[in-house]
Design a protein around this ligand. Structure first.
Ligand code: PAF
Length: 288
């Protein structure tokens, strides 16, 4: 059997634009999956969805410094390009865009994209500057790749809403596709940050999804959000989450707090186990 052809690694914006222009001229739809590497099954699910909908698939791998806080995990964020490429080869992608920091932020870089309102709550206050970093890099990546569709995980629900908003507001001609969260067998949402958990923390991490699911069952029946949130906080604290940055019930699109579930909502959480901050969210709608 012959080896599959190597995936082209494009280190520059010019190379990415050239590839994308060639495919566009040929009338081939392009699907784009932006990542920071440390790929897991969740990312591969995004790629498979892109593959199912588009003739060409591009994955970007760029650990974006501007979305990490000063004391956060930028330096220790896992980086292993060879392992990532090997995983991508199993699902089939047409190119990997892997720029360095100088290519994305050349000397004199001075522009920031901020999305107001949607970034005021949930992770916003706990990670100052994070969403400006995300919005800026995603705007650049979308403009660089010129894809027909771009794929983002629902696990980062607030990020997904921010990306939808910026694409609309800046008239970036791309369809934003949200892809449901991929979970381990015990319910833990897949995340590159799960690699940091000790075996004991990994066990306790399952309480996150169990708590969200129990709250969803209760709130779908019309119960008020505040007591359910208080019980959820208590369950997380008992399991050793400290601090719980937030546990909130919000309207799915506006991200405004909801006192009761009267339309599509998300129950969203961010909480720390030791040195690791985990986030997750589930959908809840009246009667569902
Ligand atoms: O979700 C991520 O991995 C990152 O925030 C993204 C969208 C690739 C931007 O750096």
């Amino acid at each position: 059997m012959r080896d599959a052809p190597a995936i082209p690694i494009l280190p520059t914006v010019a190379a990415l634009r050239a590839a994308s222009a060639t495919w566009r001229r040929a009338g081939e739809a392009i699907g784009f999956v932006p990542t920071m590497g440390a790929l897991h099954e969740g990312h591969l699910t995004l790629v498979r969805q892109a593959r199912a909908q588009c003739r060409r698939v591009v994955v970007s791998i760029f650990v974006n410094p501007t979305q990490f806080g000063p004391n956060s995990d930028f330096a220790r964020y896992p980086r292993d390009l060879a392992a990532d490429i090997a995983k991508l080869a199993t699902v089939g992608v047409d190119a990997v865009f892997a720029p360095d920091v100088g290519e994305m932020y050349p000397d004199g870089f001075a522009t920031t994209v901020t999305v107001a309102g949607l970034t005021d709550g949930l992770c916003g206050p706990h990670r100052p500057g994070h969403f400006a970093g995300v919005a800026t890099v995603v705007s650049k990546l979308l403009l660089q790749c010129q894809a027909d569709a771009a794929y983002f995980g629902e696990k980062d629900w607030q990020q997904l809403q921010v990306v939808r908003r910026l694409a609309r507001d800046l008239d970036i001609p791309v369809r934003i596709e949200g892809v449901p969260t991929v979970r381990e067998a015990d319910g833990l949402a897949m995340s590159s940050r799960n690699f940091y958990l000790s075996p004991d923390e990994r066990q306790r991490a399952t309480v996150l999804y169990r708590t969200l699911s129990a709250m969803a069952a209760e709130l779908a029946g019309g119960a008020p959000a505040a007591p359910a949130i208080a019980r959820g906080f208590a369950a997380l604290s008992k399991a050793g989450f400290d601090p719980v940055d937030y546990l909130s019930v919000v309207e799915a699109e506006s991200l405004q707090p909801a006192a009761r579930v009267t339309g599509p909502c998300r129950i969203a959480v961010a909480a720390w186990l030791g040195k690791t901050r985990l986030i997750d969210n589930v959908a809840v709608a009246p009667g569902a």
